[in-house]
Write a protein of this length. Structure first.
Length: 451
């Protein structure tokens, strides 16, 4: 969900075109993981890996890859970058045909989906990181998102979550809005002022199932804290009154007039971001912690060629309180890397996974503000923080504080439930179904999940 803007510089566009030509791994799906993991293949003959992902962005990769080459000069990497929808589609076709990349970017739902096509990494992790490697994690709860039945299928790089609202302070100031909203009433009041000034209040891509999921988790934290996790785990029916009240709150939020017309039919990336928020047609943008990276001078999306918002002062705030409880942050493994079971170069692929887990790749990605670290001994560098404008620095500190004690995980680790919930939210928002009717379909999807 964290992508580079389409209006990139000529250099980044050319790089993206070159990388997109890279071929897939042509090894057989029946190949098995190496039984003797190697800590490094840099001293062996040249190897070329195929890497696919939505993170790093193409601009980030242009800086990250030279660091990789310094450490592993004999392991070349062809990187294909795609926005969420493009990536999901390409990966699904490739993995089903046994022609997936050697290394792939993953999130919990993708790990669940492709577990049978991923190489277990337990032996690699134990050999290279030690038997107590899990003690390095900021929270061992993240293990449940990268493991399936005790088998480790990915290593985390970044943690992210929500729900936060980016805002254009320059536009707020021009409209006489002197502070960020903390309640629904204040949010709606600000929206009316912004509309009177010809602006869209909040840009968001409600076509995306992941965005719908994030909004629902945020609302549930206010309406009936924790109940959605019971529903996800099959301990509570999705038709329960606690979940229904959350869906009713979603209907109230949607009907409030905060979002742009047609938000149910557009994607967050690139549509809501580029066409509305970055072009300064919208004063706010509903997103997650990963998007704080846009405010970094020079490398951030805010400062890329053709982005109007680059000249404005920006910041962020937590989603205002819509329900009876204060909004609470939720966080999950947002970027992890795994190895395709079809790869002929699993040892070399593991080297890259390790590079992104606790090597220079980890520190680089943390410094880009693409997410927060998954490790206890890693933090955002002072140099990075000092580059931010004061309001954007405040936004990072605010988000870090909110993430110190998240209410739960961000991900619904079952794609069928996520998809059903997204459809239900779409239907309730558009008035096609009541909350009760829509949630019955979600419960059916939940009942069919093997937990």
């Amino acid at each position: 969900m964290k992508k580079t803007i389409k209006k990139v510089s000529i250099f980044c566009l050319a790089l993206s075109m070159i990388l997109s030509i890279a071929g897939c791994s042509n090894s057989s799906l029946s190949s098995k993981p190496s039984s003797k993991p190697s800590s490094s293949t840099a001293s062996t003959s040249d190897v070329t890996l195929n890497l696919w992902g939505t993170v790093p962005t193409t601009a980030q990769w242009a800086q990250l890859y030279p660091e990789w080459q310094k450490e592993y000069p004999n392991i070349k990497i062809n990187y294909w970058f795609g926005e969420s929808s493009d990536y999901d589609q390409k990966l699904q076709v490739a993995m089903a045909g046994g022609a997936g990349p050697d290394v792939l970017w993953l999130q919990p739902a993708l790990i669940q989906k492709y577990q049978n096509l991923l190489a277990p990494l337990n032996d690699y992790a134990t050999k290279d990181l030690g038997s107590d490697w899990t003690s390095q994690l900021t929270s061992t709860k993240y293990l449940s998102e990268i493991e399936v039945n005790g088998k480790l299928y990915a290593m985390p790089t970044l943690i992210a979550g929500g729900e936060i609202v980016l805002y254009n302070k320059t536009l707020f100031d021009k409209c006489g809005i002197t502070k960020t909203p903390t309640t629904l009433a204040e949010w709606i009041s600000d929206a009316k002022i912004l509309k009177a000034n010809g602006l869209i209040p909040v840009a968001t891509g409600l076509k995306d199932s992941w965005m719908d999921q994030d909004v629902f988790l945020a609302l549930n934290s206010q309406v009936a804290p924790g109940s959605v996790y019971d529903a996800i785990n099959g301990k509570l029916s999705w038709t329960d009154s606690k979940i229904k009240n959350t869906m009713d709150t979603w209907k109230t939020l949607y009907d409030s007039g905060l979002f742009e017309n047609g938000s149910l039919g557009i994607s967050t990336y690139p549509d809501a971001r580029d066409q509305y928020y970055y072009s300064t047609k919208a004063a706010m943008f509903l997103t997650g912690s990963w998007h704080l990276a846009y405010a970094l001078p020079v490398t951030g999306e805010k400062f890329l060629n053709g982005v109007t918002i680059g000249k404005d002062v920006t910041g962020a705030f937590m989603m205002p309180q819509v329900g009876s409880n204060p909004t609470q942050a939720f966080a999950s493994v947002d970027s992890a890397f795994g190895v395709s079971n079809s790869s002929k170069y699993k040892d070399a692929a593991w080297d890259f996974v390790k590079f992104m887990y606790n090597g220079k790749g980890q520190q680089y990605m943390v410094n880009t503000l693409q997410g927060f670290t998954a490790l206890k001994n890693t933090s955002i560098s002072d140099d990075t923080m000092n580059k931010l404008a004061p309001t954007d620095k405040d936004a990072v500190l605010m988000t870090m504080k909110a993430f110190e004690n998240p209410i739960g995980i961000r991900a619904i680790p079952y794609s069928s439930i996520t998809d059903a919930l997204s459809v239900a939210m779409q239907n309730v928002a558009s008035g096609q179904e009541t909350s009760e009717q829509a949630l019955q379909a979600v419960q059916q999807a939940s009942a069919s999940v093997s937990r």
